[in-house]
Design a protein around this ligand. Structure first.
Ligand SMILES: Nc1ncnc2c1ncn2[C@@H]1O[C@H](COP(=O)(O)OP(=O)(O)OP(=O)(O)O)[C@@H](O)[C@H]1O
Ligand SMILES: [Mg+2]
Length: 507
């Protein structure tokens, strides 16, 4: 169903906004100074104007470049009030029942005269009944003013507000195109708005504008790019990255039990809002190297049909020495903002067990992760992978942390058959042209990754002789390879023993 977007009655944004109510309550509570730290200056200014109108107050804005300006021509100051101290004097002695928005006033708070003047204004509130709103990106309030100041945080836009922004941008694009309208569906609009939650209005608007601009269409296909940009905005220096590449289980040989387990839980993500089901929390995939753990993690996002985010646990330590836990919390928060999603932590043992020499840091990091795992509110499905059990902290594998711990073993003959077929097809080769049963018989103990490598090498050999790859090439490669399961036989055996008691086979 396609609709052409015609929205002839623009809804003023501030009408539907809840921040207005909260800020209004603060102003009515006779707080003389209000600090708002925000990147969204225009939004604050709009909200304040709307409140002033409702409360029948005068409203002014001041900047160092423009001086003091009223929003109503009738209320304009008689003489020009330009300097920072002039505006403070004006507020104290000339103003009555007004709201003053001082934009980027923070540099002046380093000066004792300005600080004292603001304090005078606060102390004489009962004579002028005016509130001063200090609006900057960052602003720290001097000790002397703290008792008279309240901080107000502009909440992020709600889904309804975001819908307004999407519609607004669609209209605007239409206007620029001489009355054309954006092609979209109600579902696509809704989905886009939902996927913008967690962003500021300014950022959301920018992403929507980009999505509409290129083709005049808002559709499901805009989502990956929007999500990527959103992840970048929130992801904090690449700790969390958005992965475009979600695999499909059709590309994975074996792992049938894991696949079924996920398929059953898919319903949770597709009926997200009103389901009574307990949310699935996450799985730990443990197993032999190169057998498809990372591949399966990607495929999980594919099964659930949600974005895949990757958290680089190792980087947490390298990059942010001294701020590790805070950054982990930030990263987990990002994942919640981007929910529903799959959060993938590859090789979790590398980040969760740095050693005993780190002053307890890795324990605290693990604690932060475990706390989050048990308390998270949003549908974030965690997929962690590990292959070194000796480094795996026992807390992590304790019952109840993950919904399930799956063991990804070396592929059985049937699974090797599937893997050969998958990887031959992937390279444009017809499996029917090969005796796959013979290949399977020659590759006992090979991991999926080693099977793939054998195909790749055999293709190179054949290409060097300028012919297509044949059965012989592949058999040769397999016979020449000493698989990891042989080279590291003891380790694999120990891993299997360990897993037998604690995990469920993934296949
Ligand atoms: N079961 C499988 N089905 C299809 N391809 C596989 C399978 N297992 C491995 N492969 C191939 O081998 C590549 C490497 O596998 P993957 O990275 O998923 O292994 P892993 O278990 O994560 O290994 P590691 O423990 O070294 O991280 C995959 O990208 C895929 O091409
Ligand atoms: Mg891996």
């Amino acid at each position: 169903m396609s609709l052409r977007l015609k929205m002839s009655v623009p809804v003023p944004m501030e009408q539907s906004e809840s921040p207005a109510r909260d800020l209004e309550a603060l102003i009515r509570s006779r707080t003389p100074l209000i600090v708002i730290e925000t990147e969204e200056e225009p939004r604050v200014v709009n909200v304040v104007r709307a409140i002033a109108e409702r409360l029948k107050l005068k409203s002014y804005r001041w900047t160092v470049t423009d001086g003091l300006k009223s929003y109503q021509p009738a209320d304009q100051p008689h003489q020009s009030v330009l300097k920072s101290l002039e505006v403070l004097a004006y507020i104290k002695s000339e103003a009555r029942y007004s709201l003053f928005v001082l934009l980027d006033f923070h540099p002046f708070l380093d000066d004792p005269v300005h600080v004292r003047s603001l304090k005078d204004i606060a102390l004489s509130y009962n004579t002028h009944w005016s509130t001063v709103l200090l609006v900057s990106t960052r602003l720290s309030i001097p000790e002397e003013l703290k008792a008279h100041t309240a901080r107000f945080q502009l909440p992020l836009p709600t889904v309804e507000e975001l819908k307004g922004i999407v519609q607004d941008e669609a209209r605007r694009w239409g206007g620029e195109q001489g009355g054309q309208s954006v092609h979209t569906t109600h579902e696509a609009l809704d989905l886009l708005a939902r996927n913008l939650t967690g962003l500021t209005a300014t950022d959301a608007r920018r992403l929507v504008r980009k999505a509409v601009q290129d083709d005049g269409v808002i559709s499901q296909s805009d989502l990956p790019e929007v999500m990527r940009a959103k992840c970048e905005l929130l992801g904090g220096d690449g700790l969390v990255t958005f992965e475009y590449d979600t695999a499909r289980f059709a590309d994975v040989g074996g792992l049938n039990r894991l696949r079924r387990w996920l398929e059953i839980r898919k319903t949770y993500f597709s009926h997200s809002s009103d389901t009574k089901l307990d949310p699935p929390r996450g799985v730990l995939l443990l197993g032999v190297q190169g057998c498809g753990k990372s591949l399966a993690a990607r495929a999980t996002a594919g099964v659930f049909g949600v974005p895949l985010l990757r958290l680089d646990f190792g980087m947490l330590y390298n990059k942010y020495y001294g701020e590790t836990e805070r950054n982990l919390r930030g990263a987990l928060n990002t994942a919640e903002v981007l929910a529903p999603c799959v959060l993938w932590i590859d090789e979790i043992e590398k980040g969760a067990a740095v050693g005993d020499q780190d002053g307890g840091l890795s324990h605290r990091v693990l604690g932060t992760l475990l706390t989050w795992m048990s308390e998270r509110k949003k549908p974030v499905f965690l997929v962690a992978t590990a292959n070194d059990i000796s480094k795996l902290p026992p807390e992590l594998v304790r019952k109840g942390r993950f919904d399930e711990i799956f063991f990804v073993d070396l592929p059985s003959p049937e699974v090797r058959h599937e893997i050969f077929v998958i990887h031959l097809r992937k390279r444009g080769l017809k499996p029917e042209g090969f005796d796959v049963a013979a290949l399977v018989a020659t590759s006992e103990g090979f991991s999926g990754s080693e099977l793939e490598q054998a195909i790749v090498s055999a293709m190179y050999v054949a290409a060097a002789s300028e012919r297509g790859m044949a059965q012989e090439d592949l058999l040769n490669e397999l016979q020449q390879t000493r698989p990891l399961s042989v080279v590291m036989g003891e380790r694999v055996a120990a891993l299997r023993d360990w897993a037998a008691e604690r995990t469920v086979p993934a296949d």
